[in-house]
Design a protein around this ligand. Structure first.
Ligand SMILES: Nc1ncnc2c1ncn2[C@@H]1O[C@H](COP(=O)(O)OP(=O)(O)O)[C@@H](O)[C@H]1O
Ligand SMILES: [Mg+2]
Length: 236
């Protein structure tokens, strides 16, 4: 049976439609993820932290009042473990929903993230900002923050890097963030074929950026990896 020109054209149109649908779903999925993150962070803050703090206060009082030194030691140890848990919960809360992003702005939040990542993973992270005004909407700010978090987590997980630089600049109507590491690099094809890597991976990230009129460019080799994120600035 011969395939007519009409069949090929309608097949291509259908493929395009499906592609658009896939992009839109990926973007919606990421937005839903974002809402969930925020909800979890608030729950963590409102419940977990409060219980942790009051447990520590009670344990400390108990350790002071007991006449049994062995019991006091054990209570102090438990208190120390709870303190550690409170610290880790605070880091998690920050990663999920960083207050500095809302009160101090994107650059400050990225700088804080870089510092915390450096502490957590023991990689040297340097940060530069061109200090220009970079007006963007709050949902774009949140996306960019999550993007840098994902990129730095990737460096920690995959790159075996010693150092990574994060730079934020504004100019030519765009906000640009570059994250560059000196690690082992990867095959550039991973991004275009990145659908298998679900979650807030590179593929989902580049789809969300595209949805907001931006883009993600990656370059990688045995010198390391450079990812450049660009989004349009808000017109004033
Ligand atoms: N900075 C990096 N250095 C080396 N490899 C990387 C880096 N970033 C990403 N990769 C590679 O690209 C793949 C896709 O990344 P990503 O989409 O974030 O998925 P995931 O982190 O869940 O594996 C990773 O599995 C890894 O092989
Ligand atoms: Mg990843």
């Amino acid at each position: 049976m011969a395939i007519g020109r009409h069949d090929i054209t309608s097949g291509a149109t259908e493929l395009e439609r499906l592609n658009r649908e896939l992009r839109s779903l990926t973007s919606q999925l990421s937005l839903a993820e974002e809402r969930e993150r925020r909800r979890i962070a608030i729950e963590l803050h409102d419940r977990t932290n409060e219980i942790l703090v009051s447990s520590m206060i009670r344990l400390t009082a108990l350790a002071k009042s007991t006449a049994d030194p062995a019991l006091a030691d054990t209570l102090n140890e438990i208190c120390q473990l709870l303190r550690q848990l409170a610290q880790e919960t605070r880091l998690l809360m920050f990663e999920l929903y960083p207050p500095s992003l809302y009160y101090l702005g994107l650059e400050a939040a990225i700088k804080e993230l870089a510092d915390r990542m450096m502490e957590k993973y023991g990689i040297r992270v340097s940060f530069t900002d061109d200090a220009r005004r970079k007006p963007v909407d709050v949902d774009v700010k949140v996306l960019l923050f999550q993007a840098v978090r994902e990129l730095l987590t990737n460096v920690a997980k995959h790159a075996q890097a010693h150092a990574v630089s994060v730079s934020v600049s504004g100019g030519g109507g765009n906000l640009r963030i570059t994250v560059q590491d000196d690690g082992v690099g990867f095959d550039n094809a991973v991004i275009s074929d990145g659908r298998k890597s679900g979650g807030f991976g590179l593929y989902a990230l580049s789809e969300r950026l595209r949805h907001m009129g931006g883009c993600l460019e990656a370059d990688s080799g045995n010198w390391g990896t450079r990812i450049i994120i660009t989004v349009p600035l808000k017109e004033r």
